[in-house]
Write a protein that binds this ligand. Structure first.
Ligand SMILES: Cc1cc2nc3c(=O)[nH]c(=O)nc-3n(C[C@H](O)[C@H](O)[C@H](O)COP(=O)(O)O)c2cc1C
Length: 768
């Protein structure tokens, strides 16, 4: 830019202080005003004059003669008669707007109001208009409040309006606040005052430029006459409450629009001074407690106020995204305009004594104007039939009889299978069914319980089944019962996982690393607490390693330094997010694994009871929102839920150690044996006083790219997984063909209070 142009621009920069917000009136019939206007025109060469008094008079005389079809000559005649003036400059009033240097010639107050509100009749009768003219309304907060204030003024629902806001306009306000872009940086208060004056300079506007505070709320409500109604639209939660407490004290009704689903709240403190503030939704929360909260801190309070269930889907999505892809709540012009309309209409009826209710109402066009759209669900669940007893009997028909010590005492058998049932399983799906027949104990894979996105090629199930087998082995060993386990005894039938033979009294007394582990079968739990830990000592890791690697082929690799722990936490989080975003993964987690109420958990006795997960309140709320398919549709669309990419980092970083258990190959047999190794390790950790949590999501998804060519994943998911896989291989280098069985963390922390339920023995053991 040339310096010349720069200078020109600087010279023209508007000096327009916020304090300029009242127009000046000049009535030339008063000599003094004529002199003042004369002087103003002399000193200010930038003034533009707008003189359409003739048009206004034309309307006036037509309004006064509603039934007549007046010709232009008639009108001219009538105007002459009415004004008794040759020079119309002396008629009415000249209004000078100093912020825009506009001098406008208008009818004086009574005639101006009569013409300006003529089209209100008889939706608003003259009598009602007169009543409304005597009313004083206060509006706190001038974002949504600006639209409300202007609508109230346009409709002339009051003679005086008190407005309060301390904020200035940002460009990002312009999606919903109707004002010119020259007002960027100008106070919202000044802008509203000016716009009111530009619509109707005769309305009294009282400005509170610091917004509402403890110091000025009384003035705002009662100085120079008590308000007849308060519209509250501010962002500060403390002021929301304080202003209501005070309005209640002074018996002033309050109305609020919340800009979502056309939600309107009415609190008739005038009719019922006992009415609880905000319908009692916040209880007796002292307003001081809510001062100066950040947007994120406000969310839980706002939710109590608005109600999570009643929010619109898009608001729920936005709620999840605040602080991630967006910095604050979204608001739309359409909602603001509807809100302003509804508030004005309701306010008018309150002021005219035509409405006496208090409560919460919705003017939600989305639910009023709707159409049933049947969209294909993102995922249609696969329903498998449970294995029947006949089917199991059919499968074992060919299993050879052989020599077998058998179990004569059924209580011993039941105890063994109960111990097996206490084993951990993926999502607590307990994919096992036991059949005792022909003196042998058969273990079946109940796929109807385990079928899921995570159970790729059934490997998660095999791990759980391996853990269950290990419990039987440990328990038998404890009772000196010698057993041998044969995996997949019937060729080409993977439903029958194992056949357990009872060989009589055990000869070898000690199995070394696994001795005594049976004692911890019922104390072992999954502990999901996050407790800051020092790295686990070497001897602990060594003992865990011994227990794990006592299964042939099993290996465990530990990490204890913060940097690799952080890296693992990130990988888990990235993969967890992919699971969330994947329709099948999402379905499984929210609708198959999770039990959202205690009753649900008790009825099924499988799955994960949300109350046992020890999830912080905020995260729980987010989870509940993410469970909604409609929300997920939008989240997928915006590639949202990015916050998930850090979700598991705290759990990882605060651990005493994390580890990976591997087996030589990615095969069902190796995963069953891997499950046995895991169970030994987990029980050993329990014995050593360490809490334990599997964090297995990466091992569920990596095989889809390593062994399955990206099966059932989108390109983006494959790309993200490939990247996560690279990081993972740097942390745990090795052969891509190995079986990666378990990823877990250990830590010292308080015990779990609520244990996960198990199916009853009748559901898992069948005796022929
Ligand atoms: C194969 C497998 C995978 C698992 N994955 C996870 C996991 O990723 N995150 C988690 O918190 N728990 C995981 N668990 C633990 C189970 O949720 C837990 O065993 C089940 O809910 C029963 O609870 P309990 O272990 O306290 O008895 C897994 C368990 C198994 C056997």
């Amino acid at each position: 830019m040339s310096s010349n142009l720069g200078n020109k621009i600087i010279k023209r920069v508007s000096f327009n202080p916020n304090s300029l917000r009242k127009p000046a009136f000049y009535r030339l019939s008063l000599g003094e005003d004529a002199l003042r206007l004369d002087a103003l025109l002399d000193e200010n060469s930038r003034i533009e004059v707008f003189d359409k008094i003739d048009a206004q008079l034309t309307e006036l005389v037509r309004i006064k003669n509603p039934g007549k079809n007046l010709s232009p000559e008639d009108v001219e005649q009538l105007i002459k008669q009415h004004t008794q003036l040759d020079d119309l400059a002396y008629y009415g009033v000249w209004v000078f707007y100093p912020w825009s240097n506009k001098l406008v010639h208008i009818l004086d107050e009574e005639e101006f109001i009569a013409v300006r509100t003529n089209r209100n009749q008889h939706k608003i009768t003259r009598k009602e208009a007169e009543i409304l003219r005597s009313k004083k309304i206060g509006v706190i907060g001038l974002s949504v409040g600006q639209a409300i204030a202007l609508t109230l003024v346009m409709e002339r629902c009051c003679g005086e309006i008190r407005i309060a806001d301390f904020d200035t306009f940002d460009l990002s306000n312009y999606n919903r606040i109707r004002t010119g872009i020259h007002n960027i940086g100008v106070s919202k208060l000044t802008t509203a005052a000016r716009e009111i004056a530009e619509i109707d300079p005769f309305i009294k506007v009282v400005c509170y430029e610091e917004g509402i505070t403890e110091d000025n709320i009384d003035d705002f409500l009662i100085k120079d006459g008590k308000l007849d109604l308060m519209a509250e639209e501010c962002d500060s939660l403390d002021i929301k409450i304080l202003s209501r407490i005070k309005a209640r004290e002074y018996h002033i009704p309050v109305i609020m629009d919340t800009n979502d689903r056309g939600m309107i709240d009415i609190e008739r403190f005038d009719l019922n001074p006992e009415y609880p503030v905000l319908h009692g939704l916040l209880g007796d929360m002292p307003y001081q407690q809510l001062k100066g909260l950040t947007t994120e801190q406000k969310i839980p309070v706002m939710l109590r106020l608005i109600g999570l269930q009643t929010l619109s889907t898009r608001s729920k999505v936005s709620l999840l995204e605040v602080g991630q892809s967006i910095s604050t709540w979204p608001q739309l012009a359409s909602s603001v305009m509807v809100g302003a309309g509804v508030v004005t209409e309701t306010a008018r009826r309150i002021l005219l004594n035509q409405l006496t209710v208090s409560g919460r109402y919705y003017v939600d066009s989305e639910t009023i104007i709707k159409q049933d759209i049947t969209e294909a669900p993102a995922y249609v669940p696969v329903k498998l039939n449970e294995l029947s007893l006949d089917e199991m009997r059919g499968i074992i028909k060919d299993a050879q009889q052989g020599e077998n010590g058998a179990i004569k005492d059924k209580d011993v058998l039941k105890a063994l299978v109960s111990d097996a049932g206490a084993a951990p399983s993926s999502g607590n799906d307990q994919p096992w069914k036991w059949l005792y027949s022909k003196n042998k104990l058969f273990l079946f894979h109940e796929e109807a319980r385990s079928y899921s996105f995570g159970d790729y090629r059934n490997m998660a199930s095999y791990t759980s089944l391996g853990a269950a087998i290990e419990n039987v082995a440990l328990s038998a060993h404890k009772q000196n019962i010698d057993i041998s386990v044969k995996l997949f005894p019937v060729e080409n039938n993977k439903k029958l996982v194992a056949e357990i033979l009872f060989n009589g009294i055990e000869q070898t007394k000690s199995t070394g690393a696994t001795d005594n582990l049976a004692d911890y079968i019922y104390t072992r739990t999954t502990n999901r607490k996050i407790v800051n830990n020092e790295p686990a000592p070497d001897d602990v890791l060594q003992q865990l390693q011994q227990a794990t690697e006592s299964v042939e082929g099993a290996k465990v690799f530990f990490k204890t330094d913060k940097a690799p722990l952080q890296a693992i936490g990130r990988i888990i989080s990235v993969v967890d997010r992919i699971r969330l975003m994947h329709p099948h993964g999402h379905y499984d987690f929210f609708h198959r694994e999770m039990r959202w109420t205690e009753a649900q958990a008790k009825a099924t006795r499988t799955g994960m009871d949300i109350n046992t997960l020890e999830i912080p309140q905020q995260a729980l709320m987010a989870l509940r929102l993410f469970s909604d398919d409609n929300i997920m549709k939008v989240v997928r669309d915006i590639d949202g839920a990015q916050a998930f990419k850090g979700f598991s980092i705290p759990a990882a970083v605060n651990s005493a150690a994390m580890g990976l258990v591997t087996m030589p190959a990615y095969t069902p047999v190796d995963f069953i044996n891997g499950g046995r190794a895991v169970q030994r390790q987990w029980l050993k950790a329990t014995q050593l006083g360490y809490a334990y949590q599997p964090l297995i999501a990466p091992l569920y998804l990596f095989p889809r790219i390593v062994h399955g060519g990206g099966e059932d994943l989108t390109g983006q998911m494959i790309a993200e997984l490939t990247q996560a896989r690279d990081s993972f291989m740097q942390l745990f280098p090795g052969d891509e063909k190995r079986g990666e069985v378990f990823l877990f963390r250990i830590f010292k922390g308080d015990d779990v209070v609520n244990r996960a339920l198990r199916l009853s023995l009748d559901d898992i053991l069948f005796i022929d």
